[in-house]
Design a protein around this ligand. Structure first.
Ligand code: LLP
Length: 423
């Protein structure tokens, strides 16, 4: 993003006015070069300290195939949370060992299709293993450990590790889990965890890597398992508030590889590949929503009404998450405290209660919501007949529509009305 001397906003080199004119609002916009830069910065940091390193991209955060293809071109594999995400990976031309299936609380159908797909099977609980073995033997298996600790930026909402999380194998069960798998004749193993999201403290990554390695090290030593990869999950954080500190990615990589190599030596493991599967770090700060001010109310307080509603961006209403807002052409102007909301009939849609925004914000002004590239469109939904927005990719001064705005046909697409009700 760039703001010129008149306060006009550009995403890469495309004015937001062009986005609004060509595609309407609300529209998600992604900066291709920023995605690539984020990926390359992180990859070179980790490879600098541990050359046998690979990223998988957790496609749940932004499943637009244009965005995912950028990361595939950069060399990422795919972390899939469901069968449909394995099928999305297939549409990218990825399968086999380039895809990791980390579903949880799987149905028998999930298990059967997961096995048929031939991707790396990452099990979230020991109880899944016998169910998998009923249908076949995965070539490559890992377990997701819940290391007993997790952390997250938005309260407990996204804390995926520790006693309150639904995810992962309990440390007391991890030895038995791998033993059963080995006894069943499975020969290729990895290990995995995903205890938290949006962490900007390098020490956290060192700490959780130590926890995982202590558990996995004992398994390797006792069962003679040769782990081919260790996957530390995602969690690399971005600052949502401008005063928040940026994650020192070099320091995180250094801390992780330091503890990782020590633990490999301590437990006598053959150097496994080190993997992570971030999403937010790659796409979060490369995405924006362009919206329009449609209505302004002066009542108990002044409220600016925009077309960026809770169904467009769910995070503020769901987690109380903060997203910075810019107003096109007014960034240099005087500010005043106002509220801002969307158009949905829920009061959680009053998603900015009070914020210093340009005082003269007016009807027709364009707003730009920052850090919307991860868990933005992917978590949008249809409510109140407010439909999902368009998605646009920008690269330099070029812009491409990468998902069409929904229309009324999308709202009724899967609906059928029994004949007698039409009479
Ligand atoms: N791997 C697994 C198994 C995951 O479950 C996730 C995210 C990731 C990787 C990627 O995590 P990241 O690098 O983005 O932290 N909706 C929430 C975030 C939910 C995270 C779910 N799992 C939000 O908007 O903050």
């Amino acid at each position: 993003m760039r703001i010129d001397s008149k306060g006009l906003i550009y995403l890469e080199d495309v004015p937001v006015e062009t986005i609004a004119r060509e595609y309407g609002t609300p529209t998600y916009v992604y900066e291709e070069n920023r995605i690539r830069a984020n990926f390359r910065r992180a990859l070179s940091a980790f490879r600098k300290y541990y050359p046998d390193f690979r990223f998988f991209y957790a496609i749940k955060a932004n499943n637009n195939l244009a965005v995912a293809n950028i990361l595939r071109q950069e060399g990422a594999g795919i972390d899939a949370a469901s069968i449909n995400e394995i099928l999305l990976a297939k549409k990218l031309g990825l399968g086999g060992e380039d895809v990791m299936f980390s579903g949880n609380f799987l149905s028998d159908d999930d298990i059967k299709q997961g096995l048929e797909s031939g991707v790396i099977f990452n099990l979230d609980d020991i109880s899944i293993l016998p169910r998998v073995l009923k249908y076949g033997k995965p070539k490559f298996l890992s377990f997701r450990l819940n290391p007993g600790y997790g952390q997250c930026e938005v309260g407990d909402f996204v804390c995926n590790g520790g006693p309150n999380a639904k995810f992962g194998v309990h440390p007391d069960q991890i030895m038995d889990a791998y033993r059963l798998a080995k006894e069943a004749g499975i020969t290729r193993f990895g290990a995995h965890m995903m205890p938290g999201s949006c962490i900007r403290d390098p020490e956290y990554f060192r700490f959780i890597t130590g926890l995982l390695m202590d558990n996995i090290g004992k398994v390797g030593r006792e069962l003679g398992i040769n782990f081919e990869f260790i996957d530390l999950g995602g969690g690399l954080g971005i600052p949502y508030k401008h005063e928040d500190k940026v994650l020192d990615i070099d320091e995180a990589a250094k801390q992780v590889s330091d503890i990782f190599t020590r633990k490999i030596a301590e437990y006598g493991l053959n150097s496994p590949r080190l993997m992570m599967e971030p999403a937010r770090y790659f796409v979060g700060d490369a995405g924006y929503i362009v919206g329009t001010v449609h209505s302004i109310k002066n009542s108990y307080s002044k409220i600016i009404g925009t077309d960026v509603s809770m169904n467009t961006l769910a995070r503020p209403a769901m987690y109380g998450a903060y997203h910075h807002i810019y107003v096109n052409g007014r960034e240099k102007e005087e500010r005043a405290a106002v509220g801002l909301c969307g158009q949905v009939c829920e009061n959680t849609d009053f998603w900015v209660r009070e914020r210093m925004l340009p005082k003269d914000i007016s009807l027709g002004d364009l707003i730009v919501v920052e850090n919307a590239g991860a868990y933005g469109y992917a978590m949008s939904y249809q409510y109140n007949g407010r439909l999902r927005p368009a998605e646009v990719l920008v690269n330099g001064d070029k812009h491409y529509l990468i998902r069409t705005r929904e229309n009324i046909e999308d709202l009724v697409r899967n609906v059928s009305v029994p004949d007698y009700l039409t009479k």
